[in-house]
Design a protein around this ligand. Structure first.
Ligand SMILES: NC(=O)c1ccc[n+]([C@@H]2O[C@H](COP(=O)([O-])OP(=O)(O)OC[C@H]3O[C@@H](n4cnc5c(N)ncnc54)[C@H](OP(=O)(O)O)[C@@H]3O)[C@@H](O)[C@H]2O)c1
Length: 308
């Protein structure tokens, strides 16, 4: 019988070397983009992760454009952004602007929305677009109407595509920019009672992975974020099969990551130009809110969530 132990030793040594290189790579100092003065357009900025992203970018000196449907909440977030911005000598209007829009129909008015965003802050143009706004689903495929499937796809997939098309030409013209896409671990795995949601998030990966390779030479980065559960109102606003609101806070969502910590992690990923980042759905109390590797936490009972 051939002696295979020699090959085993060589493979083992290669594996250890690769792991050591990975660890060294992870901790190498990286060039980081500064957000100071950058114009950052954030959708879904009225609450949850979008609100925390707006506050984090404002804290980092960015000028932010806040979009969602609920104008009074956007105004409240705008006041918070102005209060945390380090741009002390600036007027609130030089720090934050509100651009209300409905992502379900953003495709229709996309040129008008894009023109308005690009005209803000003395027509600076959008440097970073954060496609964060979204809606989840809570129903089995059989009892989900096609209208509900299409609504989830329009909000979660078509609107990021449309808004990206509205700002990308300006980014290319100015020599750079960044598109951020908030996907989900459900952009990687399909789970029961989430067919519309999982499909919309999977579609983001196909589209934005292709786009990343097309626009890299124009100095436009694309970062896709795949979080596990985040402690926000997502489940409350999730759509049942007939399009009505789920209206319940799922236990898994309530026990999800702290959105403020996730937002800080997302800014790091964007500053470092990371292509994709997954974040574990660990409970808020745990220190491991996010990691640089895929570590989806799929705990919980699907049927419980559907019923709750
Ligand atoms: N929470 C989680 O467990 C989780 C996990 C993975 C990924 N995500 C993703 O994280 C992103 C942010 O969600 P979240 O957790 O912060 O949920 P959230 O608290 O429900 O916030 C959703 C945001 O999207 C906006 N939005 C929803 N429908 C809209 C529409 N038709 N037009 C315009 N804006 C709309 C909402 O604003 P208005 O209602 O004021 O319009 C709100 O600002 C989403 O893309 C979601 O899929 C969430």
């Amino acid at each position: 019988m051939a002696d295979v132990s020699g090959y085993g030793n060589v493979l083992g040594a290669c594996a250890v070397t690769l792991m050591a290189l990975q660890v060294v790579w992870r901790f190498l100092p990286r060039q980081r983009k500064s957000f100071n003065g950058q114009v950052v357009w954030i959708t879904g900025a009225s609450r949850g992760l979008g609100r925390e992203l707006a506050l984090s970018f404002a804290r980092a000196g960015a000028r932010v454009i806040l979009s969602a449907r609920t104008q009074d909440k956007l105004k409240a977030v705008a006041e918070e952004c102005a209060a945390v911005s380090p741009r002390r000598d600036a007027q609130p209007g030089d720090i934050v602007q509100i651009l209300p829009l409905d992502l379900a129909t953003a495709m229709v008015d996309v040129h008008a929305h894009g023109a308005r965003a690009n005209a803000m802050f003395n027509a600076h143009g959008v440097d970073i677009l954060v496609n964060n706004g979204g809606v989840s689903s809570r129903s089995d495929a059989l009892s989900t109407t096609l209208e509900t499937d299409m609504r989830v796809m329009a909000i979660n997939f078509m609107s990021p595509v449309a808004l990206t098309k509205a700002v990308l030409p300006g980014m290319v013209q100015r020599g750079g920019g960044h598109i951020v896409v908030i996907s989900s671990v459900q952009g990687k795995f399909g789970l029961p009672y989430r067919s519309s949601y999982a499909a919309s998030k999977h579609a983001l990966h196909g589209y934005f992975d292709s786009l990343r390779s097309e626009v890299a030479s124009a100095n436009v980065g694309v970062t896709t974020i795949c979080p596990g559960y985040i402690a926000t109102d997502l489940s409350l606003n999730a759509l049942r099969g007939d399009g009505s609101a789920h209206g319940a806070m799922d236990a898994t969502t309530a026990a999800g990551m702290d959105p403020a910590r996730l937002a800080a992690d997302i800014l790091t990923a964007v500053a470092e130009g990371q292509h994709e980042r997954s974040a574990a759905g660990c409970p808020r109390a745990l220190p491991c809110s996010s990691m640089g590797i895929s570590s989806a936490c799929c705990s919980g009972s699907w049927s419980d969530e559907r019923a709750s």
